[in-house]
Design a protein around this ligand. Structure first.
Ligand code: FAD
Length: 283
């Protein structure tokens, strides 16, 4: 089981399962490279509403048993019930995985509004409560939002909900991506003031194409500082220059976070081992 400590400047990565089954070998190739960086853990995302949940467990098992790196399997409250959760936790434990990232999830396109509204576990905190009931010894991570969750009315409300979630038995928080470190520092201050004292890992997404920034911002709601917009305007038209500039921007963010003593860096790798290795070497 994982043991993430505060103030120890950890390093971890996230990968996602492929859409096509055959592409799983590409993910394995990426993982074979990522393991060389000896991250504290590699987490694997979970398809909206539970789609592809088997692939999450399969890839997590590869990380845990073949790469010999601690794996965190994501899971969502949306599409979950008590029996399904029991089966997933049993399967994960059988594969030697004792770490999960418990999320609420969003409404999948194919799910009816009514089904989403009537979900059994309303929030991530409800899922965490159930995980703790079924498996006391699991390492449970949860998500947090330096620029507040898009559905929250304000930061005070968002942090109150976060505090309640952490109190259900969260071991560490992983942040949504952000591109302005000052946003993260002020968020951390508010968390500590609210009595949230678990380690908080800073989510960094290297932006290597202009299109990727558009999609990420749309999904995450993260704001884009002028410095990053200028980089996109200057280099966006050239794939190689943009990739290099995006790596440099992420390296700059990480250097500054290190200087400020954050608990850890969590890289959203987008399954790109070369970009992750370049960033790792540079810092
Ligand atoms: P919650 O913590 O439940 O919060 C959701 C909203 O409800 C917030 O606005 C919160 O303030 C509010 N809220 C919480 N508790 C209460 C309450 N008691 N009363 C009223 N309001 C409340 N999605 C996937 O589908 N698969 C993934 O693998 C995945 N991985 C992710 C990894 C990270 C690090 C992050 C940051 C996000 C990830 N997501 C993933 C996206 C996530 O599912 C969405 O952002 C989702 O909208 C919120 O999930 P949550 O667990 O943060 O929700």
């Amino acid at each position: 089981m994982l043991n993430i400590k505060k103030n120890e400047m950890g390093f971890s990565c996230e990968v996602f399962p492929p859409k096509r089954n055959d592409d799983i070998y590409e993910v394995y190739k990426t993982l074979d490279e990522l393991k060389l960086l000896k991250p504290d853990f590699i987490s694997v995302t979970y398809g909206a509403g539970g789609s592809n949940s088997k692939k999450t467990a399969t890839i997590a098992a590869y990380i845990q048993n073949i790469c010999e790196v601690e794996a965190i399997a994501h899971m969502t409250a949306v599409g979950m019930d008590e029996a399904t959760l029991r089966a997933i936790l049993f399967e994960l434990k059988k594969k030697g995985i004792n770490n999960v990232l418990a999320l609420r999830g969003d409404k999948p396109k194919a799910m009816l509004d009514e089904e989403f509204e009537n979900r059994i576990y309303r929030y991530a905190s409800d899922l965490i409560k159930e995980i703790r009931k079924q498996e006391k010894d699991m390492f449970v991570a949860a998500a947090c939002y330096p620029e507040i969750h898009p559905e929250s009315a304000n930061r005070k409300e968002d942090i109150e909900h976060l505090k309640y979630k952490v109190d259900q038995g969260v071991n560490c928080l992983i942040s949504q991506m952000f591109f302005d470190n000052n946003v993260f520092y002020s968020f951390l201050e508010d968390l500590r003031a609210a009595g949230i004292n678990v380690p908080v890992l800073a989510g960094i997404m290297p932006v290597t194409t202009a299109k990727q920034l558009g999609t990420s911002v749309q999904l995450s709601g993260s704001s884009v500082p002028n410095e990053l917009s200028s980089i996109i305007a200057k280099y966006g038209g050239d794939a190689d220059d943009m990739k290099k500039a995006g790596i440099d921007y992420a390296v700059g963010q990480i250097e500054d976070l290190k200087k400020n003593g954050v608990d850890g860096i969590h890289l959203y790798t987008m399954n790109k081992a070369d970009v992750t290795m370049a960033i790792y070497e540079a810092v």
